[in-house]
Design a protein around this ligand. Structure first.
Ligand SMILES: Nc1ncnc2c1ncn2[C@@H]1O[C@H](COP(=O)(O)OP(=O)(O)OP(=O)(O)O)[C@@H](O)[C@H]1O
Ligand SMILES: [Zn+2]
Ligand SMILES: [Zn+2]
Length: 954
């Protein structure tokens, strides 16, 4: 159903070769063998080359159940006949042709082609169903049709009887849904948001209905959804029968298929004999000497087929009648199939699962067969794909379920409200946006995190349910592919890869991770980049992942452009599906600058920054392939001296002893350079509710700016995405001009008054443009930047000697402290191998001794993460930070790091990726090695500490 109509494309004159490329056509096939299959159909196996069973078919999209047209390869004429693909391997395709094709006699010398026609058949069945609906008179569904078209109200429910449940663990909302559905006379709708046990509830309803002696027809739009129900019902003592082609070849499903039931039945042997006779007769026609002999065999075949059909139909009708529950896809319930063998009023109840994902027309195929229906689904997830905009505009986009809820409202609906999948923080956004805030997380899942999985260690990644990796300002733009609907973003591919690596290193299994993107191009790029390294990783489009779940889901939003185009991610239901697939962890990789312009998406981002972690992609830039951040060095130069004074995590570097207290308690000084730093990547999830939120602080800064006399307020580039978003919003509210300047990591927001008090400073001109050369920076940790009036804040282009001096003094002091520390600390390892190894060991030891000596919490204001084992020393400010704050840009040493990098650039004439925040003089392999050694060391230390602790406890 998802495929474009192959026939249409062909008729539009697409060359056959092109159709084969698209996988919908197989050219030059030979009939290798033929035999008689179920219902007397002719089964023909085609292969690409005559007498060469090893020749492979070109890659194609044919699958079992697809309708295929058979054409004479030599002519452009109409199809010889149509059939159903029953089996496809890499070397052969088998098609079952209807028995009406008696005259079809395949020539083993000729070549044929097959063309996929699935759409026509589906379409014809839908059309037939709608015609049947139009002409419907006096059948079992007469009253129901009136209700579903609003010409009669639904009849009052019977009073619900107390139920003896099969499944005693049903929650309150599920129990209500069960008794409500059974009590309704015509129509009941079960609204099941993600993970709320919709199928569990339907199974109970079906069992109860069967217990009451009802015959149930159970359908869903897709084979997978039907199989899911078959699987869940299979273990119960209820007689089920699956029509059509099961999608999963699992034994518990297969054995309930009509074919399997018939094969086990009494007539199976007779039927098999007749088929053999038919095959023999076919063989004889081939060897027939003359026309008379040949027509004799042909008429014999005809008689045999008639007998076969009669016997099979009798057996089928018996099997259908015997079953309490018949299951099929919506279109599989068509009266053209086996169901025609049943009397009109056979079924008492029709159940349609995933109803919101079905075309209304397809629902009408089963709906005409019973007086009552129970529809289950979630209309807040993706509807069926409707290719025609016209059809969508004329109401086809509305599912039956939505249409009915729109009319009857809550009196026909019961919503399931306890969800059994997601961590409560993941659920919360979807609940409040789409489900009226009515969802609750079952206690068994409400707090579950990746770290709780067996074999997974606690890392930053495995202890947060929500993570935003923000590429805003990194220049990781989407690909500009002209005439291309699909979008890709190579930077996000790399970031997703880095995050996956972090998860795997923490012990999360690849099979528990899914990477999801809204665009097929991005899916392809992700597969190319990651598929080979991690074959168990699932990489899918959002639409392809509906109905599934994973422990961890990484979402690449793809869109990043200057125009702020969001594309079809703006579709609420798509985003809902994307986010709610995750059980314990969702990571969003996106450019909040682009994506955040859409209010619905923006609220998701706000939620993540409130309940989870936000990281700038800057943190990963050192690990990205350099070309993903173009013109980096250039942008640095362009910045010149008109930088906002570098943000610092602390207004003053206090004496080491009291370092903790001051910054934590410190309120931001509005307008002061240092005040903005704490709103950086602060991992707001860890904040106690009493600490002031980033929004308030930003508002305070803006308020102070409004009251003050400054012309312009610059926010540091380290501001996180959400905060940047807030600044833009608030500035807009306050009637201030706002905009971003700079490229890549240097991008920062400036806010100005609409009417400058001093016209001398034109609003749009940034003096930096007059200073194309790199300018030394003022040290940020000094001088808590009094709100200097505009003029003096601008770089003069001259070196600030005093600042440099102060910085030198500070560096000197820190170096001395460090040396003293090292002297006190006995070497953790004195082994020396070769020179390089020794150097690495020394580095590790230095890091470790620094880490061990440090006080216990991260130096970043308000961050309470322990750095006693996992922490890093910043070479610029000499404070210790947790792993999410150690990057200079994050905690406010960005400008110093840049200054250093710049020095190196001019010294060595080389541009390194990253700002020099990491030691780029090591080559990546060595760095990785160092990192691994460090990790190992830290792990050792951790376990040492643990065993010590245990010793103490003894
Ligand atoms: N009452 C319950 N008690 C415990 N677990 C439950 C309960 N109801 C459902 N579950 C669990 O929740 C998960 C989802 O259930 P089910 O497959 O029925 O949901 P669904 O709503 O059909 O899923 P989807 O969101 O994919 O449509 C299953 O693992 C199921 O075992
Ligand atoms: Zn620092
Ligand atoms: Zn920290």
């Amino acid at each position: 159903e998802e495929n474009k109509p192959a026939k249409g494309a062909w008729q539009e004159g697409v060359p056959l070769k092109e159709l084969q490329h698209r996988g919908v056509c197989l050219l030059k096939l030979h009939a290798a063998s033929q035999r008689t299959g179920l219902y007397g159909r002719l089964l023909v196996t085609f292969q690409p080359r005559k007498h060469d069973p090893d020749a492979e078919l070109p890659s194609n999209s044919f699958g079992p159940g697809d309708i295929a047209g058979l054409y004479d390869a030599a002519s452009q004429g109409d199809a010889l006949c149509t059939g159903i693909v029953t089996r496809i391997t890499s070397r052969a395709v088998t098609v079952a042709f209807e028995d009406s094709q008696d005259t079809l006699s395949l020539d083993h010398e000729r070549s044929y082609r097959l063309l996929k026609l699935a759409n026509d058949v589906t379409y014809n069945r839908l059309k037939k169903a709608l015609n049947a609906l139009k002409q419907y008179r006096g059948g079992p569904a007469s009253d129901l049709i009136d209700v579903l078209f609003f010409s009669a109200d639904d009849s009052p429910a019977v009073s619900p009887e107390p139920l003896q449940l099969y499944n005693n663990s049903l929650d309150e909302s599920q129990r209500e849904a069960v008794s409500f559905s059974l009590a309704q006379r015509d129509l009941a709708i079960i609204h099941g948001p993600p993970g709320t046990g919709k199928t569990t509830t339907l199974v109970e309803i079906i069992l109860q209905a069967v217990q009451q002696g009802l015959k149930v027809l159970c359908c869903a739009p897709s084979n997978v959804a039907v199989d899911n129900l078959v699987e869940r019902l299979a273990g119960r003592s209820v007689r089920i029968l699956r029509l059509g082609h099961p999608a999963r070849l699992l034994e518990p499903i297969q054995r309930h298929s009509l074919d399997a039931v018939l094969a086990r039945g009494d007539t199976a042997q007779i039927v098999a004999d007749i088929r053999k006779d038919i095959d023999q007769a076919w063989a004889k026609t081939k060897k027939a000497q003359d026309k008379g002999e040949r027509s004799h065999f042909l008429s014999e075949i005809k008689t045999l087929r008639k007998e076969l059909k009669e016997r099979e139909e009798t057996a089928m009708a018996a099997a259908l009648t015997h079953a309490s529950v018949v299951l099929a896809t919506n279109t599989g319930a068509s009266s053209e199939g086996p169901l025609k063998l049943l009397p009109d009023n056979h079924f008492d109840l029709v159940v349609i699962d995933e109803c919101a994902q079905a075309l209304e027309a397809s629902c009408w195929i089963p709906l005409l067969k019973a007086p009552k229906c129970i529809l289950a689904g979630d209309h807040k997830q993706l509807p069926p794909t409707i290719i025609s905009h016209k059809a969508a505009a004329e109401g086809l986009a509305l599912s039956l379920m939505e249409r009915l809820i729109g009319r009857y409202g809550q009196k026909v609906v019961k919503m399931l409200t306890v969800q059994y999948r997601m961590h409560e923080a993941i659920m919360h956004w979807a609940s409040s946006e789409l489900y009226g805030g009515r969802l609750t997380a079952h206690p068994t899942v409400a707090q579950h995190l990746l770290k709780d999985l067996p074999g997974v260690t606690s890392t930053e990644e495995t202890t947060t349910p929500l993570l935003l990796i923000d590429t805003a300002g990194c220049g990781l733009f989407e690909l500009e592919v002209e005439d291309e609907q699909s979008k890709g973003n190579p930077g996000e591919v790399q970031l997703a890869g880095l995050h996956i690596r972090a998860l795997l290193e923490a012990g999360v299994k690849a099979k528990d991770i899914a990477v999801v993107a809204p665009y097929n191009l991005q899916v392809d790029m992700l597969r190319e980049h990651l598929g080979h390294s991690y074959p168990e990783l699932e990489i899918k489009s959002v639409d392809g992942f509906q109905g599934r779940e994973k422990e961890a889901v990484i979402l690449s939003f793809v869109r990043s452009n200057r125009k702020g185009e969001v594309g079809f991610l703006a579709e609420e239901r798509r985003l809902n599906v994307a986010v709610t697939r995750a059980r314990r962890h969702v990571a969003l990789v996106c450019d909040t600058g682009t994506v955040g312009r859409q209010p619905f998406l923006q609220r998701l981002l706000a939620h993540v920054s409130q309940r989870g972690e936000v990281r700038s992609a800057f943190e990963y830039l050192g690990d990205l392939v350099p070309q993903s951040c173009p013109a980096e060095g250039q942008s640095r130069r362009q910045r010149g001296a008109k930088l906002p004074a570098a943000p610092s995590p602390k207004p003053q570097p206090p004496p080491a002893g009291q370092r903790r207290a001051a910054p934590r308690a410190a309120r931001p000084k509005p307008g002061a350079q240092s005040s903005a730093a704490p709103v950086g990547t602060s991992g707001a999830g860890r904040e106690s509710p009493k600490t002031r939120g980033g929004a308030e602080r930003l508002r305070a800064m803006l308020g102070a700016f409004l009251e003050g006399s400054e012309l312009q307020l610059d926010f540091p580039p380290s501001l996180n995405a959400h905060d940047r978003m807030l600044v833009h919003q608030m500035a807009e509210e306050l009637g201030l001009q706002h905009g971003s300047t700079g490229e890549g990591r240097d991008r920062f927001i400036s806010v100005r008054r609409k009417e400058p008090a001093e016209p001398a400073l034109p609003a749009a001109t940034f003096p930096s443009e007059q200073h194309p050369l790199p300018q030394p920076q003022r040290p940020s940790s000094e001088t808590p930047a009094p709100a200097e009036p505009g003029g003096s804040r601008q770089g003069s282009g001259k070196v600030d000697l005093k600042a440099l001096h102060l910085e030198r003094v500070q560096r000197e002091k820190a170096r001395r402290e460090e040396a003293a520390r090292k002297a006190q600390e006995p070497r953790a390892s004195s082994r020396k191998k070769d020179k390089g190894e020794a150097q690495l060991t020394e580095d590790i030891d230095a890091l470790i001794s620094a880490a061990v000596k440090a006080d216990n919490t991260c130096g970043f204001p308000r961050c309470k993460a322990s750095v006693s084992t996992l922490g890093q020393l910043c070479p610029h400010c000499h404070h210790r930070f947790c792993l999410s704050h150690h990057v200079p840009e994050v905690h406010g040493c960005g400008d110093k790091a840049k200054a250093q990098a710049r020095q190196r650039i001019s010294r060595e004439g080389v541009l390194y990726p990253g700002s020099g925040s990491k030691d780029n003089s090591l080559d990546p392999a060595k760095r990785a090695h160092l990192q691994r050694r460090l990790d190992k060391k830290l792990n050792e230390l951790t376990s040492q500490r643990k065993s010590k602790k245990r010793d103490k406890e003894k």
